[in-house]
Write a protein that binds this ligand. Structure first.
Ligand SMILES: O=C(O)CCC(=O)C(=O)O
Ligand SMILES: [Fe+2]
Length: 316
C-alpha cells in the first residue's frame, strides 16, 4: 500500500508565525525575458525576484520534518537529478498544511498576478532538491554538475524556497533561467526562507551547485484556479523519481477533474447559430482535444517507465 497517512506534526503550522506576506518587490513578465504569452495562451508572468516567504521558525520546522522523512523519501536520478526528496506533503502534516494554506496561496497569486492554487497532485508539493556533494574543483576548474539540470517544468508554475543558509561570501547555488535570446539570468537566494516564483513550464531553468555551502531547496507547483488557462501538467519528470502507482493515480484524478471542468467551457458558450459562436465552440473543442492529447501522452511516459522498471527487475 503506497498511500501515506501524515505522521503527527512536530510543530503545528500557523500562517501568522510561519508565512511572511509582504511578497516580492519586483516581478518580470514573460515579455521581459523575450517570450510571447499570447502565442502560448498563458498569463504574461515570468518570474519574481527572490523574496522572504517563510520565517526562520518555518524553515526550522521543515528541516526537522525532513530529517524524519528523508531516508524513506529519497530518489536518485543522476546525472539529471542526483538527489531529490519527494512525497513530504503526504507524510508531514506541517509541510502539507503550509502549501495548502490560504495565506500562502494569497501571496503567490498576488505576486504572479493570476489566481493560483497549490498543485492538486500532492507529489508536486514539497519536492526537495539536495546537493549531494560539494562542487569538485579539478585542475583549478570547478566541475559544475547541476543539482537539477536544464529543463522546463511539467507543471505550470513553481515556488522555489531556499531551506539552507548561504554564507555571506556564497559562491554558486543560483537558479539559472534562460531568456528567449539564450542569455542567462542568475537568481541567488540571500538566505534560508527566501523564495521566488517562476512560470517554469515556459522558461528553461537549472539549479546550479553551491561551491562553499550545502544547497537544499523546496519546490511546490501551482496551477491557475481558472479553467480559461491551459494546465499542461505532464508526467515527463515525475516518472523519473516517483512511485508509479500513486503518481498515476494522482495524475489521472487531477486530469479527470481538470478536463471535466474544461468541458464546462462549452456550456458557457452562446448557442445561437452565428459564425462567431460556432468558431468559439470550435476553439473550445480544439483546446479540450489538446488537453486530452496531453493527458494521453503522459500514459506513454508511465508505460515507458514501467517497462524500464520491469527490465531492471529482470536484470537483478
Ligand atoms: O532548485 C532549484 O533552484 C530549482 C529546481 C527546479 O527547477 C525544479 O526542481 O524543477
Ligand atoms: Fe524546475
Amino acid at each position: 500500500m503506497e498511500e501515506e497517512i501524515p505522521g503527527p506534526a512536530m510543530q503545528t503550522f500557523e500562517a501568522s508565525e510561519h508565512i511572511v506576506t509582504d511578497g516580492p518587490s519586483k516581478t518580470y513578465t514573460l515579455s521581459d525575458f523575450g517570450y510571447s504569452a499570447s502565442e502560448m495562451n498563458v498569463p504574461d508572468f515570468g518570474a519574481t525576484e527572490p523574496f522572504r516567504l517563510l520565517s526562520s521558525d518555518a524553515v526550522s520546522a521543515i528541516n526537522s520534518e525532513l530529517a524524519v522523512h528523508r531516508d524513506s523519501s529519497t530518489y536518485r536520478c543522476p546525472p539529471f537529478a542526483p538527489n531529490v526528496v519527494r512525497g513530504l506533503a503526504h507524510k508531514s502534516k506541517f509541510v502539507g498544511d503550509l502549501w495548502e494554506s490560504q495565506e500562502l496561496r494569497g501571496v503567490i497569486s498576488k505576486a504572479a498576478g493570476v489566481e493560483l492554487q497549490a498543485h492538486p497532485m500532492l507529489y508536486e508539493r514539497g519536492h526537495v532538491n539536495v546537493q549531494d556533494k560539494p562542487t569538485k574543483v579539478v585542475e583549478g576548474k570547478e566541475k559544475k554538475e547541476p543539482v537539477f539540470g536544464w529543463h522546463t517544468d511539467s507543471q505550470p508554475y513553481v515556488c522555489i524556497v531556499m531551506l539552507s543558509s548561504p554564507p555571506p561570501d556564497a559562491i554558486g547555488g543560483e537558479t539559472y533561467i534562460k531568456k528567449a535570446c539564450g542569455s542567462i539570468v542568475k537568481l541567488q537566494f540571500p538566505s534560508a526562507g527566501y523564495a521566488y516564483i517562476l512560470q517554469g513550464s515556459v522558461i528553461p531553468h537549472a539549479a546550479m551547485p553551491a561551491v562553499n555551502y550545502r544547497r537544499e531547496t523546496m519546490i511546490t507547483s501551482f496551477v491557475p484556479r481558472s479553467i480559461e488557462f491551459f494546465d499542461r501538467t505532464n508526467l515527463d519528470l515525475a516518472v523519473k523519481y516517483s512511485p508509479l502507482t500513486s503518481t498515476l493515480r494522482e495524475f489521472v484524478s487531477h486530469r479527470r477533474s481538470y478536463v471535466g471542468r474544461r468541458l464546462g467551457l462549452l456550456a458557457s458558450e452562446g448557442l445561437e447559430a452565428n459564425v462567431e459562436n460556432v468558431e468559439r465552440i470550435e476553439r473550445a473543442i480544439d483546446d479540450i482535444k489538446e488537453d486530452l492529447d496531453n493527458t494521453r501522452r503522459s500514459m506513454e511516459a508511465i508505460k515507458r517507465a514501467i517497462e524500464v522498471n520491469t527490465h531492471k527487475d529482470r536484470q537483478l
